[in-house]
Design a protein around this ligand. Sequence first.
Ligand SMILES: Nc1ncnc2c1ncn2[C@@H]1O[C@H](COP(=O)(O)OP(=O)(O)OP(=O)(O)O)[C@@H](O)[C@H]1O
Ligand SMILES: [Mg+2]
Length: 238
Amino acid sequence: MPVISLANTKGGAGKTTAALLLASEYVRQGYRVAVLDADPQKWITNWYETGGKDPSLTVISEVTVASMQTHIREMRDQIDFFIIDLPGQRDPLLATALGLSDHVLIPVQGCAMDAKGAAQVIELLAHMKNQAKITIPHSVVLTRVSSIATTRALSAIKDLLVSRGVNVLETPIFERSAFRDIFDLGTMLHKADPARITNLDKARENARVLALELKRLLPAKRREQPLGLAARLRQRAA
Ligand SMILES: Nc1ncnc2c1ncn2[C@@H]1O[C@H](COP(=O)(O)OP(=O)(O)OP(=O)(O)O)[C@@H](O)[C@H]1O
Ligand SMILES: [Mg+2]
């Protein structure tokens, strides 16, 4: 039951979209998925209530610093993947979620580079490593990448991030109307009607490859995470 967080303190980077397409793909593969919806806009909660319901999917819409760890602990035996959708701003939930994560995925738009918001998350992860000796694996995923973007343009962005020591996923998330349409239609990618969504097959393939790459980065068995960051810091200070 690994925990994956989507984090970037810049609004609109593509966190919620990435969270939904990963949830959708893991459900398609037969896994039981729980989304912890910590985005104040509650897109995934609304989507779930307007048609996204599925027996393999749980959406928790009331998530607080105090309750996040409890939700995970209480559901850990019934859930294969926890996905935490975080707010697009600095928020106390961010550090809590990072501390509970097995992998932090940082969406960065291929064109605009939400560099500052991504850098804040990466700095916080470095701080947790230095102060609390918690190493949390993390990667940038390039999002809203134009399907006509050249491999060279993409490599240039990747190389820049890699030169700064950031792991960048091989698979970007392409700009596709399908990723917007599934929110509007209240459906998952694999349940959607190809007659109503353009290039649905390409969107599904993108989600499939991304979910596969991410799965390879997750631990086979989740590491134990008995204490949150605040508790660890208190313990170290004592
Ligand atoms: N790959 C994509 N293809 C097409 N549209 C996208 C894609 N990713 C994001 N969008 C659109 O960009 C907008 C912002 O995306 P999203 O809501 O996923 O970002 P966010 O990081 O969750 O934002 P916030 O920080 O406000 O929560 C939305 O309108 C969404 O539909
Ligand atoms: Mg969001």
